[in-house]
Design a protein around this ligand. Structure first.
Ligand SMILES: C[S@@+](CC[C@H](N)C(=O)[O-])C[C@H]1O[C@@H](n2cnc3c(N)ncnc32)[C@H](O)[C@@H]1O
Ligand SMILES: [Zn+2]
Ligand SMILES: [Zn+2]
Ligand SMILES: [Zn+2]
Length: 318
């Protein structure tokens, strides 16, 4: 081919939405288009009011120098392995509800980088693309086949305190995209741990994930160095190339609404219509009423968006 024919292609730089900050580039579709600018971060950053700086190292490391990290000998693993030999999360789907919390090996661990208990920290393993959807704004899809159980991407952004969440939510209108997520984990002793993440202005590609009432991803809190969980999205089923990636914003899996949820759905006036297209579509996007209450104590009830009912027999990754 003549040099002049090559030129236009050579000049057309492929946009990387992740700004070279992930281990794989993330393209945008159609070519030449680009989502509204935001500051890219692959990891959580401390935002206003967050109790714990997500970049601080909270956990001790294991001492597995000569033996692989396995339950019984590795202090990072309690009863069972988190991942199988193919890097798949062992409890995915409905079983994930009562799975043990996931602690990966961390920077203080003496095991190698090849340790099987290091998955989310290895970052993106599949080529993803941010693309324009017909009715939902931008979305995220995979260009590769993703087997069930594999880690896909994180949902990272500013980690906020509850009053700041309320302040930001009150500034939103029905026309704005909402990126703020509240994850509630049922810790031991009936306590609830809440984590609020906002990737609106500082965030990663997870911010482009749309909601679906029949999602193909599941969000699991995973702890590595910090007590602040990484919000890790795993494939809940085999996902084929070009399929849009989605999770259930309510934190449920496969739209199992209880009667209270249905009521909230009927009463909600500010609810956004859901265009997920699933047969079992609930018609509206999930709505976290607890984030709209007057500014006071954070809610510790069982309602809420992205609730994680996880059994937590212990508080640390010892
Ligand atoms: C976290 S953002 C997802 C990315 C967003 N589509 C964008 O263009 O940046 C969440 C917003 O996307 C839109 N959205 C997500 N899922 C949707 C769905 N199933 N139906 C309609 N709109 C959806 C809503 O505006 C929602 O507030
Ligand atoms: Zn170990
Ligand atoms: Zn370890
Ligand atoms: Zn839907």
């Amino acid at each position: 081919m003549a040099a002049s024919e090559e030129e236009p292609e050579a000049l057309m730089e492929q946009l990387d939405v992740a700004r070279s900050l992930e281990n794989l580039p993330v393209s945008a579709w159609p070519p030449g288009t680009e989502p509204e600018p935001f500051q890219y971060t692959p990891d959580h950053v401390a935002g206003p009011g967050g109790d714990t700086d997500p970049t601080l190292i909270t956990f001790p490391g294991c001492v597995c120098l000569k033996t692989p990290c396995l339950p019984g000998t590795c202090s990072c693993l309690r009863r069972e392995k988190n991942y199988d030999d193919n890097l798949c999360l062992r409890h995915i789907g409905s079983e994930a509800k009562c799975a043990e919390p996931v602690f990966e090996c961390n920077v203080l661990c003496q095991c190698s980088d090849h340790c099987r208990n290091r998955v989310v920290q290895r970052g993106l393993q599949f080529h993803l693309q941010v693309f324009k959807t017909d009715r939902k704004g931008w979305g995220l899809r995979t260009l590769d086949f993703i087997p069930k159980g594999r880690f896909v991407c994180e949902y990272a952004g500013e980690v906020l305190g509850f009053p700041e969440v309320q302040r930001r939510i009150q500034l939103q209108t029905i026309h704005d995209s909402n990126y703020i997520i509240a994850v509630r984990e049922h810790v031991y002793n009936g306590q609830v741990m809440e984590t609020f993440v906002d990737p609106t202005s500082i965030g990663n590609i997870g911010r482009f994930l749309n909601h679906s009432c029949e999602p193909n991803l599941l969000m699991i809190p995973v702890r590595i160095n910090s007590m602040v969980p990484k919000l890790a999205l795993f494939a809940a089923k085999d996902i084929v190339p070009e399929e849009e990636l989605s999770y259930d914003y309510s934190g449920r899996f496969l739209n199992l609404l209880d009667s209270e949820d249905k009521e909230r759905l009927d009463n909600g006036k500010l609810r956004k219509p859901c265009y997920c297209g699933a047969e079992s579509c609930a018609a509206f996007l999930p709505y976290d009423s607890s984030l709209y209450r007057p500014l006071e104590k954070p809610n510790t009830g069982e309602e809420g968006k992205a609730e994680q009912k996880r059994v937590w027999p212990h508080s640390g990754g010892e």
